[in-house]
Ligand binder design. Structure first.
Ligand SMILES: [Zn+2]
Length: 151
């Protein structure tokens, strides 16, 4: 299931291109990360995403996983992501999908804040491992431009 939340400030053609790039990478990396059994409803925002039930204006993407049902709701901010090069966009998609793989660890953390911090550290590490193994040459932080946050 795909839901377009709000039309971004892109032209229709830019929107479709950005959405289809993300969609293709989600399909590719769900398979490569052995997550094909997961349901991944995906939506696309225009600058505002819902992260942990809070509207967030600086998020490039987010994943809300319900691991017990193997469901991971993905959101992508196309306004932020449409200018990303392929390796950068792949990194975002891999990062979000890896949240699905490790999310159940959050339930055993002592406190919710600590849980998400542990999850972010593990997901960031695993994303780096996957990017290295897949031979994806990532952009440096300088080349990437303004920082954005991925949840
Ligand atoms: Zn994250």
């Amino acid at each position: 299931m795909t839901v377009d939340l709000v039309r971004p400030g892109l032209t229709d053609a830019e929107y479709v291109v950005a959405r289809d790039r993300v969609r293709a990478l989600v399909d590719e990396w769900k398979s490569k990360l052995w997550l094909t059994q997961w349901d991944t409803p995906t939506s696309y925002g225009d600058g505002v995403l819902t992260v942990n039930d809070v509207l967030c204006t600086d998020a490039a993407a987010s994943c809300k996983a319900r691991w017990e049902y193997q469901t991971a709701s993905l959101q992508f901010n196309l306004r932020t992501l449409h200018g990303y090069k392929d390796p950068e966009l792949a990194e975002v998609v891999i990062h979000e999908l890896l949240h699905a793989a490790v999310n159940e660890m959050r339930d055993v953390a002592c406190a919710e804040d600590a849980g998400i911090k542990h999850e972010e550290r593990v997901v960031t590490h695993l994303t780096n491992v996957v990017m290295e193994i897949a031979g994806i040459d990532r952009a440096t932080d300088e080349a990437r431009g303004a920082p954005c946050f991925v949840f």
